[in-house]
Design a protein around this ligand. Structure first.
Ligand code: SF4
Length: 462
């Protein structure tokens, strides 16, 4: 069996499963957020009763992160609905925006968008916060009411996005009926070269198969090239499986996985026991692609979908209006480090926005010094509008006052986010070009799509 089949067989209590088979799978963790949480709670109460209790209070994780830093009162209210449910159910894992459990969330627009407005429990974007807070463990099954839940496949677990109805059912029962997906194998060889990032790797893979090329399939990334990828790299790759229609992504377990997971569960006091899965020798794939990491180049997914692959160096004619670095895919500390490596000592020439995924990343960037400056200061000095209000922000548009949102038709943005269907970051007539943080930085300097290796070669980026 493949990694995904082994995981689902174990979660179903069976010795074997076959692709296409429907099995009842036990959930280890259910995650929800402010956009889908209220709907999920509504389904749960309607189907299981007003006084029903969730199946296991220690396995429900609630992370408000999407429409947070907006004066839109309905969005603010969603966070309060989550808080009321958490109190009623006595749930231990709720990463509230405010510290007062009896309070109500209200964003104060008069304070501006850049200064932090959250309390000490707030955790930022759910997919980045889940591993950081010790909720991703090898061998487990994670369901989340968000399509990029597949990001946790980086940790050798089965992680997938589900709708509110399924999530309401999981809240009540702790299980879900799933069809076992076929597995596509992406065998990684070699090592990424300077100026090329994990984002280029996944954009390359989606370009190979198209934005629906993995529909309801598992994307298994393995081979000798995996060892050179950091956990942040693996998260970036797994995150975008859904952009090819994938049911889930999965990586093998290794010492790097163990080091990351063990440190986070220890730090947060979450469950430290886990059992990784290893692939069998006789695993069968629906197809296999070999990807040589040495040969990858900075890559862009053009408007209007993530499968529209081109090399950055072939797109220099494409003029841009703005640049954006942030989201679960491109808002990690390592993403901002590569962004700053290119921007250091230079200035952006187009509107450029930086949104760290979590408050911990804000802290990393404000406390890590390069020479006499912090990374945060380097970016602000280069002209990047950096906000401390970590969250999803304009990655999915959001209310009109959302930081970085594309509010005018015709704007062209190069973005380190993960999705570029029309309207994704705001106006339906705007266009989004997906790229690595390094490519976004180089393009922000020139105002057109630019291969970041041009800047590495000058030696100024070291
Ligand atoms: S950052 Fe973007 S992709 Fe990630 S969870 Fe938020 S809206 Fe979704």
């Amino acid at each position: 069996m493949t990694l995904t089949e082994k995981l689902l067989a174990r979660a179903a209590g069976k010795a074997r499963v076959e692709p296409g088979e429907n099995v009842w799978v036990k959930a280890d963790v259910l995650m929800t957020h402010d956009v889908c949480g209220p709907g999920t709670i509504g389904v749960f109460k309607r189907e299981f009763g007003k006084t029903a209790k969730v199946w296991d209070r220690n396995r429900v994780v609630i992370i408000p992160d999407h429409y947070i830093f907006t004066a839109d009162s309905k969005s603010n209210r969603n966070v309060d609905i989550l808080r009321e449910f958490v109190k009623e159910q006595n749930l231990p894992y709720f990463y509230d925006v405010i510290d007062d459990p009896k309070g109500a969330w209200q964003f104060d627009a008069s304070k501006g968008m850049l200064k932090r407005q959250y309390g000490s429990q707030y955790a930022g974007v759910c997919h980045t916060a889940l591993p950081a807070k010790g909720h991703t463990r090898p061998g487990e099954v994670l369901f989340g009411t968000d399509s990029h839940t597949c990001m946790a496949g980086a940790f050798n677990e089965f992680a997938t996005g589900i709708g509110n109805t399924d999530a309401g059912f999981v809240l009540g029962t702790g299980k879900l009926l799933l069809k076992v997906p076929e597995t596509m194998r992406f065998r990684l060889e070699g090592k990424l070269q300077p100026g090329v990032m994990a984002k280029d790797l996944i954009l390359h893979c989606i370009g190979e198969i198209g934005f629906d090329g993995a529909t309801y399939r598992a994307m298994q990334f393995d081979g000798p090239g995996v060892a050179s990828l950091s956990m942040d790299d693996r998260m970036t790759v797994a995150n975008m499986a859904i952009e090819a229609g994938g049911k889930n992504a999965i990586f093998p377990f290794d010492a790097r996985t163990a080091e990351y997971v063990d440190a986070r569960v220890r730090l947060n006091g979450t469950n430290s026991r886990y059992e990784p899965v290893e692939a069998d020798r006789d695993q069968k794939f629906v197809c296999e692609l070999v990807v040589n990491l040495d040969q990858l180049e900075p890559t862009v997914a053009c408007h209007p979908d993530p499968g529209q692959r081109k090399k950055a160096k072939e797109m220099t004619e494409m003029k841009l209006d703005r640049a954006y670095v942030g989201s679960c895919t491109g808002g990690k500390t390592s993403d901002f480090v590569e962004f700053a490596r290119v921007l250091r000592g230079r200035k952006v020439t187009i509107d450029t926005f930086g949104v760290p995924a979590t408050p911990d990343i804000v802290h990393d960037l404000q406390s890590t010094r390069w020479g006499g400056e912090t990374i945060w200061e380097i970016l602000v000095g280069a002209g990047v509008q950096m906000t401390e209000n970590a969250g999803c922000a304009a990655c999915l548009g959001g209310p009109v006052d959302t930081f970085g949102r594309m509010n005018k038709p015709g704007l062209k943005c190069i973005s380190a986010t993960n999705r570029n269907f029309p309207g994704r970051m705001g106006d339906k007539e705007s266009q989004v070009f997906l790229a690595s943080p390094a490519t976004v930085a180089a393009s922000a300097i020139t105002g057109h799509v630019t291969d970041p290796r041009e800047y590495l070669e000058t030696g100024l980026c070291t």
